[in-house]
Structures are given as structure tokens and as C-alpha cells.
Design a binder for this molecule. Sequence first.
Ligand code: HEC
Length: 138
Amino acid sequence: MKSRNIFIAGLIAISLIFAGASVSFAGDKEVCKEQIKHYLTIKMNDGLLPGDEFNPYDFKGVAESAKTMSANEAKRTHNDKNHAAITKLVTGHINDIAEAAGKAAEGSVESVGHSLRFLYLSCKACHKVYQTEKRLRP
Ligand code: HEC
């Protein structure tokens, strides 16, 4: 009975070590791969007016992309306070975009553009701290 308990305790200890190892920054690559898709969807939406006959602004699409990004960003795992703080900044700008696009009102296009600029800088902030810049990314 006693040796069985030790065996179980050993198993738990080993699985904890593995769980701890996989937390690190493993989440960044997966989360970012998703984020860039939505980031580009928002960025490429260069219509100026909702009712523009030729190039309408897709408020709904932008709001949806931003909401998906917000949920994605929450999946990031953190090893230190800095990493968590930058994620918080990024999430703030994403939520501002979702809110502005959701209103679909006069001035929303500008508000989205404004927050998108901040978002670009916040994404970049993390890449500067945690990775030297490689490839094309914010
Ligand atoms: C909290 C830190 C952090 C934030 C915030 C962050 N990134 Fe990243 N990102 C990283 C790290 C670290 C890598 C490198 C991952 C690797 O190669 O293992 C990365 C890699 C990437 C990559 C390359 C992925 C690939 O295919 O290898 C893209 C694209 C990217 N980020 C886009 C974004 C965008 C867009 C945002 C903002 C919405 C963002 N990132 C926000 C940390 C962050």
C-alpha cells in the first residue's frame, strides 16, 4: 500500500514538472499566428464610409475580428509581469476597436484607426522585449 502511494505521488510530481515546462512562452507562437490574421483583416479594411458604394467600411467584420482577437489574447500564458502587462495593453486596444466598430457611427472609422495604431505599437512592444524582430510582423 505504502509503495503504491509513493508511486502515485511520483507520477503527480512528474506531471507537474511537465506542466510547468510547457507553460513558458509556448503560447505566444500559437496565439500570435491567430492574431496576425485578424489584425490584417482589420487593417486591410480601408473603406472610409459605411455606405460607400465602391469600398464600404465593414464595421461588422472589424468588430467580429476584434472580439475574436480579445478571446485569443486571453489564452496567452505568462511567465512574468511584463509579459502579462503588455498583453493587457494589447487587449485594451483590441477592446477599443471592438467598441468603436460596434457603434458603427460617425467617427467610428477614425476611432478604429486610432486604436489600431496603438495596437500595432503594443504588439511590437512585446516582440521587441521577447524576440528580436524577424519576418514581417507588427
Ligand atoms: C506578450 C507578448 C506578445 C504580444 C502581446 C504579441 N506577441 Fe506576437 N509574438 C510574441 C513572441 C514571443 C513571438 C515569437 C514566438 C516564437 O517564434 O516562438 C511572436 C510571434 C509573432 C508572429 C510570428 C508567428 C509565427 O508564425 O512564427 C506574428 C505574426 C505575431 N507575433 C503577431 C502579433 C500580433 C499581430 C500581435 C498583436 C495583436 C502580437 N503578435 C502580440 C510575443 C507577443
